[in-house]
Write a protein that binds this ligand. Structure first.
Ligand SMILES: [Fe+2]
Ligand SMILES: [Fe+2]
Length: 197
């Protein structure tokens, strides 16, 4: 099951097909060249080995990016990371904002299987912006010696992942005191800053 067309997510597919020529490869249309033979679309339901897996279109990192949800397991590719989200081009920022909003509406106990272990880097970045944030600094200390921080849980991400906290006034006011900044503008500010980090 492919989430998007980037090489670090599809590079092994051709080799798998060599060994298993009839294997079903699910993916969005943008993964066509990688060898996908079953295209998936928003809200499709795939049944594999007694599991029911729902496809969610989550554009932003790429236009056709999809995530796979089989409650409580959520495979979200490069959309959401622990403490962060995937790289987003300027013109796709609104798409990413909406995709993260969609994810934040999933059940709190959703297990987030993201594709990269970027947690420390992400938290350090937000600590550098929100210098006095006790909770983030405490979390950073907690994971400092951990080799692995994923999978994570949505409920936890709603506290440590600033891209999911754009609705929190205290955080917004810390960065933009006395300014009326919309949630999307706040997200845009954070993501652009991260793109240049
Ligand atoms: Fe990617
Ligand atoms: Fe990736």
């Amino acid at each position: 099951m492919l989430t998007h067309h980037h090489q670090d997510h599809v590079f092994g597919v051709k080799e798998i097909i060599l060994s298993y020529p009839n294997i079903p490869i699910y993916g969005p249309v943008e993964t066509k060249k990688a060898g996908t033979n079953i295209y998936v679309f928003n809200h499709d339901v795939i049944n594999i080995m007694n599991l029911s897996i729902t496809v969610l279109h989550t554009p932003g990192h790429t236009e056709g990016h999809v995530c796979y949800l089989s409650n409580p397991y959520f495979f979200c590719g490069d959309t959401l990371f622990s403490g962060g989200c995937g790289y987003t081009k300027y013109e796709n920022l609104l798409d990413m904002f909406n995709s993260l909003k969609l994810i934040s509406k999933l059940k709190n106990n959703t297990a987030i299987f993201c594709s990269h272990e970027y947690t420390k880097h992400n938290i350090k970045f937000f600590c550098s912006i929100l210098k006095k944030n006790k909770m983030l600094n405490k979390f950073l200390k907690l994971i400092e010696n951990k080799k692995r921080t994923v999978p994570t849980v949505l409920k936890k991400e709603k506290t440590i992942n600033m891209f999911l906290c754009t609705n929190k006034k205290n955080i917004k006011n810390y960065i933009f005191p006395k300014l009326n900044v919309s949630e999307f503008d706040f997200f845009r500010y954070l993501r652009i800053k991260k793109n240049n980090n």
